[in-house]
Design a protein around this ligand. Structure first.
Ligand SMILES: O=P(O)(O)OC[C@H]1O[C@H](O)[C@H](O)[C@@H](O)[C@@H]1O
Length: 289
């Protein structure tokens, strides 16, 4: 059985739909991002699907796991450049689909270095992303420097998780970590204990490769996020006031999502010599509580 089907939307956006014995998923070739993952053993999808997500060339899709690359957040020197780089704004190519021994589906997507060249930002590189869809999910993102100069970049696998209610969840794994508080002018502070939410929270935790766990008693599950090749973890929920200012978010749905992003940001920027590669890998595992 072919586990994938393609759906071509009217505006040039192609969706790859995966349906195997373990899970269903949707991946958009525009942005090269997974936008839905629903393990069959779960009553509720694990990634947050945003009902207000915009599927239009030139606009990032706010759902699933957008790829922030080759910069995370605002561009370091060009305030007019898009937030979070251009990988989430370009067409990717589906280069292979295969089944793994345990019944998962592995898809490989690539972004050519033409995109990097055309952006004019001095980062000549290709991206390859391997997405494995099963009862757990894995993403491996490899950057290869294809130019003749060293490159420096930041990145994030900007995962939006579906949760019951932002005030009911907690995140463990970051106690003792230093963070840059984006919501407080990048003030530096240290995390003490678990993270809970009672207001806007937007932090880049630095120098950490620790596993994080999102505990959600409302959905009776925890989501375990393990990673390699990533030294930053970003945690974000905009809360009401900021959410209402974001066109494709609004006042209705911000309580049902939290972002826990496996990243290399700020102090953890990656430098690559010509020909060198860097891989960031993350696995999401869901357990009942
Ligand atoms: O609206 P976007 O460009 O997709 O960014 C959404 C969010 O991404 C990250 O989590 C950043 O830490 C936030 O500061 C930002 O607001």
């Amino acid at each position: 059985m072919n586990p994938i089907t393609l759906e071509h939307l009217a505006n040039g956006i192609t969706l790859v739909k995966v349906d195997n014995a373990l899970a269903t998923a949707i991946i958009s070739l525009y942005g090269g991002q997974i936008i839905e993952w629903h393990p069959k053993a779960q009553a509720t999808p694990v990634l947050w699907f945003n009902p207000k997500a915009v599927f239009e060339s030139g606009t990032p899709i706010r759902a699933g796991v957008p790829i922030c690359w080759p910069w995370f957040g605002p561009h370091a020197t060009d305030p007019t450049a898009n937030s979070h780089g251009y990988a989430r704004l370009c067409q990717w190519t589906l280069t292979s689909v295969s089944a793994t021994d345990n019944g998962a589906t592995e898809l490989v997507l690539t972004m050519s270095d033409d995109t990097s060249r055309q952006s004019g930002k001095g980062v000549r590189a290709t991206l390859q992303q391997r997405i494995t869809i099963g009862d757990s999910m894995a993403i491996d993102l490899t950057t290869t420097n294809t130019g003749d100069q060293d490159i420096m970049f930041t990145e994030a696998l900007h995962a939006y998780f579906k949760i019951s209610d932002i005030e009911q969840i907690s995140i463990t794994g970051l106690s003792g970590c230093d963070y840059s508080d984006t919501a407080a002018g990048r003030r530096r502070a240290k995390q003490s204990g678990e993270i809970t939410f009672s207001d806007r929270l937007d932090r880049v935790y630095l120098n950490t490769s620790s596993e994080c766990i999102v505990r959600d008693p409302g959905l009776e599950r925890r989501i375990k996020i393990t990673k390699t090749g990533s030294l930053s973890t970003v945690v974000w929920n905009p809360w009401l006031e900021t959410a209402t200012k974001i066109k494709d978010l609004g006042a209705e749905h911000w309580r049902e999502m939290v972002c826990v992003e496996s990243a290399n940001a700020l102090d953890n920027a990656v430098q690559l010599s010509p020909g060198q590669q860097h891989e960031i890998s993350v696995t999401y595992i869901v357990e009942t509580i």
